[in-house]
Design a protein around this ligand. Structure first.
Ligand SMILES: Nc1ncnc2c1ncn2[C@@H]1O[C@H](COP(=O)(O)OP(=O)(O)OP(=O)(O)O)[C@@H](O)[C@H]1O
Length: 317
């Protein structure tokens, strides 16, 4: 994706405990690479909103350090100017035109009068609303309102845009339109943090994924690596008799095997460390213990499975 990986944001040892004693973040570490769409995932209560509120400067952490835009000396005002926050709730005025909405929010960032019209038009173009700019949001579909919400958050041309579940409750067509707008923003130079409860969306647009739970990062890798690592290397084998713990121990010890679980009395699931690692050694063990192999299934894992594996929870309740 990029030739040189430059950090746009560096988060080190971020901690937050709320007044009621709830520890939301526990020495959280991660970075955001310039030009990427970073999917930010976690089950309910994982600490995502807390993290995003701290990144957005709305909430203070107890401890830790955030370096924005590679410059440790920036003031909060300078940071805010380069941040775009797209909230989950719509923050638009229904009774003024789309253009006036974007202009209003852009004016809050102190954009020069000579530049503001161009910036507003550009933001509306980026979300595909240029044709409807003179119409009021009260005449818009839910998806169009969401896109206007995005335009309002990006007219000041932020370097980093944080999306907080921007597609909740909208139809698939509008959702695709929003996802395309987000990809366009990335392609035109913005860096994006994207939180969602929809794994398909992450697989559709994200370059890298962070899965957090209990206030810490459980997984931080490129989408490609995650899917490669967790996809083709899992097998389920069924045999004709009960599999004893002794057999499972033997399989655990065999080369290339990284994880072994008993699915049922006569079924075992195991993962290999490489995509096309041979499974002969596992078969040999089963045969040695006089177990006849009835079936072998390769299990394809998607991001939802990886999430469940790591957190023990489903992303959507
Ligand atoms: N204002 C608050 N006061 C007290 N505890 C809070 C507050 N906000 C969040 N928490 C607690 O902090 C933990 C992390 O919550 P947070 O809202 O950051 O999670 P989340 O990952 O955004 O969850 P969700 O997906 O449900 O929005 C939870 O245990 C939550 O109950």
């Amino acid at each position: 994706m990029k030739d040189i990986m430059e950090n746009l944001l560096e988060v080190k040892k971020l901690s937050k405990t709320y007044k009621n004693g709830r520890k939301a973040l526990d020495n959280l570490n991660f970075n955001v690479i310039k030009g990427e769409i970073l999917g930010f995932l976690g089950p309910n209560g994982a600490g995502k909103s807390t993290t995003i509120n701290i990144l957005s400067t709305l909430l203070q952490s107890d401890n830790g350090e955030i370096t924005y835009f590679n410059d440790a000396g920036l003031s909060i005002k300078d940071i805010k100017k380069q941040l775009g926050i797209v909230p989950q709730e719509l923050a638009i005025y229904e009774d003024i035109s789309a253009l006036q909405n974007v202009k209003f929010f852009a004016s809050l960032y102190g954009i020069k009068k000579s530049e503001i019209n161009e910036r507003v038009e550009d933001a509306l173009r980026k979300v595909g609303l240029e044709d409807r700019k003179h119409d009021r949001p009260s005449t818009f579909s839910g998806g169009m309102k969401r896109r206007l919400n995005i335009a309002c958050a990006i007219a000041h041309n932020p370097k980093l845009i944080i999306f907080d579940e921007p597609t909740v409750g909208i139809d698939p067509q509008s959702r695709n339109h929003i996802l395309d707008s987000i990809k366009n923003l990335r392609d035109e130079g913005a860096t994006i943090i994207y939180t969602t409860h929809y794994m398909e969306e992450v697989q559709q647009i994200c370059d890298r994924v962070i899965i957090m739970d209990g206030g810490v990062v459980l997984l931080n890798d490129s989408l490609d690596n995650i899917l490669k690592y967790y996809s083709n290397s899992n097998y389920q084998i069924r045999v004709d008799k009960q599999i004893n713990p002794e057999v499972l121990d033997e399989i655990r010890k065999s080369s290339n095997v990284v994880e072994v679980n008993q699915k049922s009395e006569s079924e075992v699931i195991f993962s290999m460390d490489e995509e096309s690692a041979p499974i002969n050694s596992v078969l040999e063990i089963l045969i040695r213990f006089n177990l006849n192999i009835v079936s072998i299934t390769m299990i394809k894992k998607n991001l939802e499975d990886v999430f469940l594996l790591l957190t023990g929870k489903r992303l959507r309740d």
